[in-house]
Design a binder for this molecule. Structure first.
Ligand code: FUL
Length: 449
């Protein structure tokens, strides 16, 4: 039955193109996100957690020779981690279940090189399971990173045997810990190693059909989300969600990963100096989430199994700083516009303003009862029908004429712009060009210090 329905749909598509489906041209505006991708993009901000034998040995990349006996966090408390992560404003966590050193943080049946062989909880503990449960207790979604590169496992030398090993580990993670919001796939260190990634993704999709696969450029074929190309926490290009993937277009939103401590993913002793400042972190937020991307912040518990006090304080300060900057939307409360415009001012991301159907340029104007002074804007596009806005200006009615106060390319999921302060009682978002109908979920203005 399904086969015949799909067959008819494919035939109809081929006839509509006038050619075989394989050579049917794709247009950028026709590419849409999946429901899983828009739900994931709405999360905006996640945290990746690095913890393992490296934590006890002052290392970033373990060589796979560390004895499991070093792993013994005496005050292990993932609820303490989650409280701080939640306070930062993050909405999900990705646990590094196995890093490049091959040490598994769950009691896998595939190797003894795991928590099972450690003194921690007499070898009966499960870091992945406890972290997943703590995350959910705090209303955070959960995902994992399982490093393909494995510097301990002897089978790594034999690609086919290692594929089987990796698949078996993956099956355990994909079946034991509930829904995985994101699966981190990273090619670091793999050199010339060949993995059977189609098989790996098949396994993952069997048990986790809704997970978002994050993959760097080395694993270009497999990702639902792509790597930003740096670990500095910035998107330094106009951010388009649709990119070319070896000759065909695909929706692949960008994720930017960067650690809380400069250049350190794992905890290191006496390392408070590398902790990023609140203003650096706010800059990172604005240069990632504020440029339409996902922010993945690295946090690292220490050798007690706790997040260091300074890190906890910093995560709380970060959350408070972002809330303070973006809670006082000057346009909110001016809900006496037409219903279409109000949908972009109401703070409700589920409603949106629509340009006239098919219009390539359009204007959304907001009138206030008295002048406001603003120097920042936050805009969000409704992306379900594709990314539409190509060029826009924010204009203010000053001295009897429209004055451009800001201009840019690409809005996407979210765009935060800063500009010189301006005072006006009429403001408009002028969409100079869009592919298809522009739809704006939010248009907010702020006066930032
Ligand atoms: C990189 C790894 O090599 C680092 O150690 C870290 O895990 C980072 C998140 O991804 O590629």
């Amino acid at each position: 039955m399904w086969r015949s329905i799909l067959g008819k749909a494919a035939l109809a598509a081929a006839l509509a193109c006038g050619v075989s489906p394989l050579v049917c041209a794709q247009n950028f505006p026709d590419i849409r996100p999946t429901a899983q991708q828009t739900a994931w993009q709405d999360l905006e901000f996640g945290v990746i957690i690095h913890f393992g034998t490296n934590t006890f040995l002052n290392r970033e990349w373990g060589d796979g020779t560390a004895s499991p006996s070093v792993f013994n966090p005496k005050q292990f408390d993932p609820d303490q981690w989650m409280e701080a992560i939640k306070a930062s404003g993050a909405r999900y966590v990705v646990m590094v279940a196995k890093h490049h050193d091959g040490f598994c943080l769950w009691p896998t049946e595939q190797t003894n090189y795991s928590v099972k062989s450690s003194p921690w909880k007499d070898g009966k503990g499960d870091v992945v399971g406890e972290v997943a449960a703590a995350a959910r207790r705090h209303g955070l979604k959960f995902g994992v990173y399982l490093s393909p590169w494995d510097r301990h496992e002897p089978k790594y030398k034999d690609s086919a045997a290692y594929d089987e090993y990796y698949n078996a580990e993956l099956t355990e993670l994909a079946t034991r810990y509930g829904d995985l919001v994101e699966f981190w796939l990273d090619g670091a260190g793999s050199g010339g190693h060949v993995y059977n990634f189609p098989k790996i993704i098949e396994t993952l999709r069997t048990y986790q059909p809704n997970t978002i696969v994050f993959a760097d450029v080395g694993l270009f074929e497999y990702g639902d989300a792509r790597w930003v190309g740096n670990e500095a926490g910035k998107i330094d290009y106009e951010n388009w969600n649709v990119i070319d993937r070896h000759g065909y277009l695909r929706w692949r939103p960008v994720e930017a990963d960067t650690p809380l401590h400069k250049l350190h993913w794992f905890w290191h002793p006496n390392d408070t100096a590398s902790l990023k400042s609140v203003s650096e972190l706010v800059d990172i937020y604005e240069n990632t989430v504020g440029r339409g991307g996902q922010w993945m912040l690295g946090v690292a518990p220490d050798d007690r199994g706790l997040l260091p006090d300074a890190d906890v304080a910093r995560l709380k300060e970060l959350g408070a700083a972002i809330r303070a900057r973006y809670s006082d939307n000057l346009l909110r409360g001016h809900l006496f516009q037409d219903a279409n415009t109000e949908a972009a001012l109401d703070g409700d991301e589920a409603t949106f303003w629509s340009a006239p159907a098919g219009a390539a340029s359009s204007v959304m104007e907001v009138r206030m009862p008295r002048p406001i002074t603003f120097n920042s804007a936050m805009m969000m596009e409704w992306l379900n029908d594709g990314q539409a806005v190509q060029r826009y200006r924010i204009e203010a009615w000053v001295g009897g004429a429209w004055k451009t106060v800001d201009s840019g390319e690409a809005i996407g999921h979210k765009k935060i712009d800063h500009f010189a302060p301006v005072t006006a009682e009429r403001v408009r978002l002028h969409i100079l060009s869009s592919v298809g109908t522009a739809r704006i979920r939010e248009f907010q203005l702020f006066r930032l210090p």
